[in-house]
Design a protein around this ligand. Structure first.
Ligand code: PHE
Length: 434
């Protein structure tokens, strides 16, 4: 059994695993379709502005609180004040609920990997996708398989499992992504897709889109469920986090941009719609793959890419609750992972079935899958971040000048922590509720 409080073997390990957490379905599945729905380039411009400014504050804060307290979420909040213990517990709960819907998409990806070499037999991709997710058996099995793979790496421990997986999967992900970008850019009319991504139409600027960009930025950086806090708590050396934080933001943005550059030229080249929503990756792209030379191979590469991205993020989603269970209840990682496997399955299976047999079971008028997505992305993630910023800013009175050398950035951090981020998060939650 690995010792109770493991540490990253190097700064590189910390950065690559944190980038692994950040780069996930949020970048390759969610980012392109949300960008498609909010008008392309103008969304991208707002997104880059927000992710490089406002998001610095909660990202730095969450990692710093982990590094400072060297505890999992509940312990970290408790170390600040015992009265915050229960607020801390919201983080691992959020993790379990996010896992339940995130891993369903992981299961879909496994199915598409297996289907890659026979996908040209499909005639109607929309119908295929709908029928597949409505099936009561296969999606459940594959969701559980994906959960099992994530849990397997988490159970192996921070060094042998989490670090080792990220060190292989992240470079692989980068290589496949670059390969697919080159393929996409060589398609006829690829420049139309680039124009869509980089030529802003200012008439599409509105407050709803700005908040959607902010929500996407928080989600993609994995802020608000204690994954980063836990990863931060494994940092040994006492160096400033600023450079690491910017490396994480920059890398995550580059991955999202490359995902866009991979998808939009292909979409335009085949005269398809960029705003087809969540089906962009599972319906529109397979349709394109079936029409390009070596499409089977390209489809396989694409879904492997998506799988690597989902896996490294999935591992980080499980690690938060896993650390809480091991440290709070003094149990082994393996035991904690078995408990989590069962717990996540309890939520994930009904959520998987909510596309088919449980379709009529609604919570607040939403299917179980949509409800979990809504509850975690729109309420719990922003709420956890709000609590942590308020606790750091107003209770702990964390001073940016003590942790950040650059004076302007330190001042921005202080104002951000106390005012800008809380206000932005409250707006985000209100928008989510409407
Ligand atoms: N950042 C991940 C993604 O982009 C999702 C995630 C959210 C992971 C919250 C951990 C915590 O897919």
């Amino acid at each position: 059994m690995e010792d109770k409080r493991p540490f990253w073997t190097s700064k590189y390990s910390f950065i690559i695993t944190t980038i692994g957490s950040a780069v996930g379905l949020g970048n390759i599945w969610r980012f392109p379709y949300i960008m498609g729905q909010y008008g392309g380039a103008i969304f991208l411009a707002v997104y880059i502005l927000l992710i490089s400014t406002i998001c610095f504050v909660p990202l730095m804060n969450e990692l710093y609180i982990g590094k400072l307290t060297k505890k999992e979420c509940v312990g970290a909040y408790e170390a600040i004040s015992p009265k915050f213990k229960y607020l801390g517990a919201l983080n691992p709960i959020t993790g379990v609920l996010i896992a339940a819907f995130y891993f369903i998409v992981g299961g879909w990806i496994i199915n598409y990997i297996c289907k890659s070499f026979t996908c040209n037999q499909i005639t109607d991709y929309g119908k295929y996708f709908t029928e597949y997710i409505q099936n009561p058996i296969y999606p459940c099995i594959l969701t559980i398989l994906f959960l099992f793979i994530c849990i397997f790496f988490t159970a192996r421990g921070v060094k042998k499992g989490i670090e080792a997986a990220n060190k292989v999967l992240m470079p692989l992900l980068a290589v496949i992504l670059i390969f697919l970008v080159i393929v996409s850019l060589n398609l006829p009319n690829a420049n139309q897709g680039l124009e869509y991504m980089f030529k802003p139409d200012f008439s599409k600027l509105n407050s709803k889109m700005i908040l959607a960009a902010l929500g996407q930025a928080f989600f993609t950086l994995s802020i608000g469920m204690g994954a980063l806090l836990t990863y931060g708590s494994y940092i040994k050396e006492d160096k400033s986090l600023v450079k690491s934080v910017y490396t994480i933001i920059l890398s995550d943005t580059i991955f999202a941009l490359l995902a866009g550059i991979m998808i939009f030229p292909a979409v335009f080249s085949f005269s398809m719609e960029p705003n087809s929503g969540a089906g962009l990756v599972f319906v529109t792209l397979p349709k394109i793959f079936s029409q390009v030379p070596f499409g089977n191979f390209i489809s396989f590469a694409f879904f492997i890419l998506l799988f690597c991205a989902a896996l490294t993020s999935g591992i980080s989603i499980v690690e938060g609750p896993c650390a809480t269970l091991t440290e709070r209840f003094n149990i082994s990682r393996t035991k904690a992972c078995v408990i989590l496997f069962c717990l996540i399955s309890v939520f994930a299976i009904p959520a998987t079935l909510s596309f088919g047999v449980l379709e009529n079971f609604k919570i607040f008028n939403k299917s179980i899958f949509d409800f979990l997505d809504f509850l975690t992305s729109n309420i719990m993630l922003p709420l956890n971040t709000l609590f942590l910023c308020l606790i750091s800013g107003w209770y702990l009175k964390l001073n940016g000048h003590d942790v950040i050398k650059n004076r302007v950035l330190a001042l921005f951090f202080n104002i951000g922590l106390k005012y800008i981020v809380p206000v932005a998060l409250i707006c985000l939650m209100f928008m989510g509720l409407n």
